[in-house]
Design a protein around this ligand. Sequence first.
Ligand code: NAD
Length: 249
Amino acid sequence: MGLLDGRYAAITGAAGPRGLGRAMAQIFADHGATIAVLDLDVQQAQAVAAELGPDHVGLACDVTDKAACDAAMSELIGRWGRIDILVNNAGITQPLKLMQIEAQNYDAVLDVNLRGTLYASQAVIPQMRQQNSGAIVNISSVSAQRGGGIFGGPHYSAAKAGILGLTKAMARELAPDGIRVNAICPGFIGTDITAGKLTPEMKEQIIAGIPMGRVGDARDVAGCALFLASDLSAYVTGSEVDVNGGSLI
Ligand code: NAD
């Protein structure tokens, strides 16, 4: 028996072959959920859905576009009749210093990470309210908690910190409707967002700051998302869960 048997889950930004969204899609599917892989490139999204199995679906959805979020979620609700889980995972980062950030950088990073979380959530909340149930998992970052890292600029930290505030406000407002909202703060995880950008010295320096002595794996984050999406976390809402190998101890 799976932890998500009979559940329907939409995951944004899930088509990256080595990304956190892909790993979450896999573990959710392994636990019995039907998955919608949402991403910018529809072919990539459909290819990942096909890898998961015949019942899963891949759709184009640019989370910065409210109409696109509404259209994707209403297509899913039309197909499935319900939606149980939303993971707001789509994100981008830019390795800029404070004074290098220009208006278009700030807009791009806040739009995908923060505005996208709002728009995709707004697109599923009416259905979840009708069901009187739902679990929303927002992907923040350790960059929100300690003010940056090697890749994320200050605008990325601001966007991810905004997600923490939004998560708590959503959790408070939606609790009476049976909808739980939580955030995950991953530390340094080996994915495409981080791949190929590290010199051996940088990697050594990062690992030296991680008590567990290794960078994270996408499956480390996926396991936490599974907990927050499932009934195992039935009394958990408004929380931020660190998945960082002890980086903040
Ligand atoms: P990734 O680049 O593999 O995944 C991000 C996905 O988001 C990609 O598939 C991309 O196509 C998609 N995307 C980008 N813009 C989009 C848009 N406008 N609409 C829809 N999809 C869009 O990187 P990842 O490491 O798997 O990142 C997943 C999430 O985890 C991001 O929110 C990231 O900020 C966060 N995160 C990652 C790390 C890490 O170390 N890898 C650490 C903390 C937080």
